[in-house]
Design a protein around this ligand. Sequence first.
Ligand code: FAD
Length: 508
Amino acid sequence: MTSRIYPAAVDVIIVGSGPAGATYARILTEEAPTARIAMFEVGPTVSNPPGAHVKNIADADERARAQLLSEGPGAHDDGDRVGGIVKTTQRRARPGTFLLEDGYRVEGEDGLPVAAMSSNVGGMAAHWTGACPRPNESERIAFLDESGELDGLLAEGERLLGVTNDAFDASPHASLVRGRLAAAADAGRAEHARVQRMPLAVHRRDDGRLVWSGSDVVLGDATRANPNFTLYDESLVTRVIMEDGRAAGVAVTDVRTGESHEVRARVVVVAADALRSPQLLWASGIRPAALGRYLNDQAQIVFAVRIRDFVPATATEGAAQAGLSEYSGVTWVPFTDEVPFHGQVMQLDASPVKLAEDDPAAPGSIVGLGLFCAKDLQDSDRVEFSEHEVDRYGMPAMTLHYTLSPRDHAVIDRAKAEIVRLGTAIGEPLDDRPFMMPLGASLHYQGTTRMGRVDDGTSVCSPDGEVWSAAGVFVAGNGVIPTATACNPTLTGVALAVRGARRIAAGL
Ligand SMILES: Cc1cc2nc3c(=O)[nH]c(=O)nc-3n(C[C@H](O)[C@H](O)[C@H](O)COP(=O)(O)OP(=O)(O)OC[C@H]3O[C@@H](n4cnc5c(N)ncnc54)[C@H](O)[C@@H]3O)c2cc1C
């Protein structure tokens, strides 16, 4: 499946090996098995099978090494690979990610001070939490609902990501936490919008251990066994080659040797995350008006509480817990237009955000609440690229323009009040007020290569993901999502990638 010898030509090139790129590889494998596919990934392979989640690596030192290898060209070990971002305004990256070094805030704007990326086979999904809720109400993409396609695409995304609902069913405190949240939040909500178990890209092995899905699960055995699919790691795509207005291949640099190569293809899929996909298009001279615009991140409010009337789990329940503590599972409070936040309530050590130390005397007694807010979309929120400056990869340097609008501030204030209300329904707050994470902490950047029904200057690509002004160039990932979601976006990004991949398969 992996190789160092670049081919002269293939049918489809995929740039980026996160879940969006992996979706293209898997669907093409299933629906166009004779298509020759090359996937280029700038980062190294850090897990086995390639793209596997690093949480599945049992040895802590090996896991730390895999995280470090994912942290880009300036990676260094700061000695804290466990908690990542803490409740401070410091610029700190979570393990497996690295921050945009410069250009994250412009004077007089809010910026995204902790905008982050991962560079490794599997992308950020080798480090993610795996929450895979479906979008709700205005989070959904109206033109795909009108054509009756969205739910089918989301279901296909759930299949590819291996989404389950029952991995934490044995958690001793799950129903208690859920019940208290439901009593506080469910009144007036339609059934699908009520408090429920969070769909997660995780499954439990027969021996009880949890296995977190990464791109390895999306690729699946089918892609790994496909003789026409090859993954090239440590390979930086620097340019999409265009001829006569359509895709003709890419220029790719072998990061280990510094040598550049041209690989020809009829179709190029750019799935290089919501900041680096527009970067590559821009570097290739593909610059539609909406490129990089409508950048949106979800402001994240957090709060930790100690469960009221907590009864510690029995020894047997404790013994069932391998690896992570699994005392209260992960609970979802869906977004609605009326209550415009996406709620995620989880056990502390399953949380990617370190909110507090768990209580060693009563493990599992503290849960963290997170509310994610949908952004008020503005075309002025954007990533811009420099004609002269470059980043550590030698690609055009980024500058983020990003401002919270008065509406954003109003939603954030409501979220702060709501999180206290939900938290006190579960137990006793650890702090007297909720904390807003530095902007960018959600890691859910969207909109920069957004999809539109028509080419009216406010979108970059068609509903198939094909760039309006560049035939044969497809974009994939969260950047394609045109709506302001508050929920975790990967499932939606993967669902949209399914549609694009099917279109390519039909064309081949
Ligand atoms: C700690 C953490 C928790 C998270 N929790 C959740 C969650 O619970 N639910 C959720 O939905 N999302 C979550 N996310 C976000 C989720 O991981 C991303 O939404 C998802 O990985 C995006 O997939 P992608 O394929 O679009 O991009 P990525 O996974 O970012 O992959 C893009 C890849 O492209 C590569 N690349 C970039 N430029 C180039 C180039 N020029 N040439 C070659 N390769 C290139 C990058 O190295 C990278 O590997 C979390 C992320 C983290 C880090």
